[in-house]
Design a protein around this ligand. Structure first.
Ligand SMILES: [Zn+2]
Length: 398
C-alpha cells in the first residue's frame, strides 16, 4: 500500500522533473538575454526544493509562491505542488497555492479555470462544502470541467445528505453518459428520501419514493427490504414473508439480517412451523445458510425455533476454538432438561461474543460497523457493507 512518504516522493520527483525541464529551457532561452533572471530562477527553485526535501513545507511554499511572479512557465509545477499538498491532507497549504495562482492578473481563462477547479477540490477535501459547491456550480456551463464538476457536486450532495439535489445532478450526468460511479446509486437516493419520509412519519411519501426506487431497479434489495418493513409495521405479516425470502434469495449475504424479520412475522401471525420450513428450505438452497441462521438466532433471543437452535449448536460445535470448549456429552444428554440448559449456556456466551464483535464490514475497504449502512462512510461505495458471516473471537479473547 502506498504510504504518505511514497506520495511525497512521487511529488518531489515530479517537481524535480519539472525543474529539469525548466533549467534546460531557461538555460537555452534566457541566459543570453537575461542571465540575471535565469540565475535568480534557478537559485529560487533549488532553495524551494531544498526546503521540501528538509520537510520545511511552509518555507518551500513561500519560495514557490514568490516565484509565480517570476514567470508564467512555472504554473504546472505550482499545480503539481498544490495537488501534492492536498493529497497529503495539507489542505490549507494547497488552498494558499491555488488562491495565489488565481490572484495573478496574467492568467488566461483556461489557466484561471484550472486554478478555480483545483481550489474547489481543496475546499471539498477540507469539508468546506458550501464553498466547493459554489465553484463547481459555476462550471456547469464549462465545456472542459462540466462533467467533472457535476460528479464532484454529486459527491457533495451525498456527503451533505441532500438527496433531492443528488437525484437532479445524477439525472443530468446520466443524460450525458458521464456518471462516475455505479448505475444503482440513484436508487439509493430515492431510498434515502424514503427513509427521511418514514422518520418524519410521512408513510405516503415514503411509499412514493420506494416506488420510484423500484421503478429504476425492480430487484433493488434495499427498496424491497424497506417496502417489506413498512408492510410488516402495518401488520401485513403473511405478505411480507415471501418478500423477505426473495431478498435472501437475491443476496444470501443479507440472510442473517433478514431472518429475524421473517421470524418476527412467523411468531406474530403465521406460526412457528412455517418458520421451520422456510429455514429448512434455506439450508437446502444455500450452503452458507446454517451459519447465517445461527448468527441471527445468537443475536435475537426471541428466535426459539428448533431448526434455528440446531444451527446454533452446529455453529458452536463446528468452530475450531469454541468446539473444544463445549461439553458434547451434555449437549447429547438423554435428559432434555440437561440438553436445554447446556444449549442456553452456549447461546448466552455466544450472544456476549456477538455483542462485542463488529457486526458488519465493507467488502471493499474493510470498514467495520455495528449498524447496516448502505453507503460505506470510508470508501463511499454503495452496498458494500454486509453482515459478517462469522463472529470475531479475537476481540473477545484479547
Ligand atoms: Zn468501504
Amino acid at each position: 500500500m502506498a504510504s504518505e512518504s511514497t506520495f511525497l516522493l512521487a511529488g518531489l520527483l515530479f517537481v524535480a522533473a519539472a525543474l529539469g525541464y525548466l533549467f534546460a529551457r531557461y538555460g537555452e532561452d534566457r541566459e543570453e538575454n537575461d542571465p540575471e533572471a535565469s540565475g535568480r530562477l534557478n537559485s529560487d527553485y533549488i532553495r524551494g526544493l531544498n526546503f521540501l526535501l528538509n520537510e520545511q513545507p511552509d518555507q518551500a511554499l513561500e519560495v514557490f509562491i514568490r516565484m509565480v511572479e517570476v514567470d508564467n512557465e512555472t504554473l504546472e509545477t505550482h499545480f503539481a505542488l498544490g495537488g501534492l499538498f492536498r493529497r497529503r491532507g495539507e489542505v490549507d497549504r494547497a488552498i494558499r497555492v491555488h488562491q495565489n495562482l488565481i490572484a495573478r492578473p496574467n492568467l488566461n481563462q483556461e489557466q484561471r479555470d484550472q486554478a478555480y477547479f483545483a481550489l474547489a477540490e481543496d475546499y471539498l477535501r477540507s469539508g468546506l462544502y458550501d464553498r466547493a459547491e459554489k465553484i463547481f456550480i459555476e462550471f456547469e456551463e464549462s465545456s472542459k470541467h462540466r462533467d467533472a464538476s457535476l460528479n464532484k457536486l454529486l459527491r457533495i450532495y451525498e456527503m451533505t445528505h441532500d438527496w433531492e439535489q443528488a437525484i437532479e445532478i445524477y439525472l443530468k450526468l446520466e443524460k450525458r453518459g458521464a456518471v462516475d460511479g455505479g448505475p444503482d446509486q440513484v436508487v439509493h437516493y430515492y431510498c434515502e428520501l424514503a427513509e427521511q419520509a418514514k422518520d418524519a412519519g410521512n408513510l405516503h411519501a415514503a411509499k412514493d419514493m420506494l416506488s420510484k426506487a423500484i421503478k429504476r431497479k425492480a430487484d433493488s434489495v434495499r427498496a424491497q427490504l424497506m417496502e417489506a418493513d413498512l408492510l410488516q409495521e402495518a401488520g401485513e405479516h403473511a405478505a411480507v414473508i415471501s418478500m423477505y425470502s426473495r431478498v435472501i434469495h437475491q443476496d444470501p449475504r443479507l440472510a442473517s439480517e433478514v431472518i429475524p424479520r421473517i421470524a418476527r412475522s412467523c411468531r406474530e401471525a403465521v406460526g412457528e412451523s412455517e418458520l421451520s420450513s422456510i429455514l429448512s428450505e434455506l439450508i437446502a438452497e444455500h450452503a452458507s445458510a446454517r451459519d447465517a441462521i445461527a448468527l441471527a438466532a445468537i443475536r435475537d433471543e426471541q428466535i426459539q425455533n428448533p431448526v434455528a437452535l440446531d444451527c446454533v449448536q452446529q455453529f458452536a460445535v463446528g468452530h475450531p476454538i469454541l468446539g473444544a470448549l463445549i461439553d458434547i456429552d451434555h449437549l447429547t444428554h438423554e435428559d432434555p432438561a440437561v440438553r436445554a440448559a447446556t444449549m442456553a449456556r452456549i447461546r448466552t456466551a455466544l450472544g456476549r461474543i456477538a455483542a462485542q464483535s463488529s457486526r458488519y464490514s465493507c467488502t471493499k475497504c474493510g470498514y467495520a460497523t455495528m449498524e447496516l449502512l448502505w453507503q460505506c462512510p470510508s470508501c463511499r461505495e454503495w452496498e458494500t457493507v454486509v453482515p459478517n458471516q462469522q463472529l470475531a473471537l479475537a476481540a473477545v479473547l484479547s
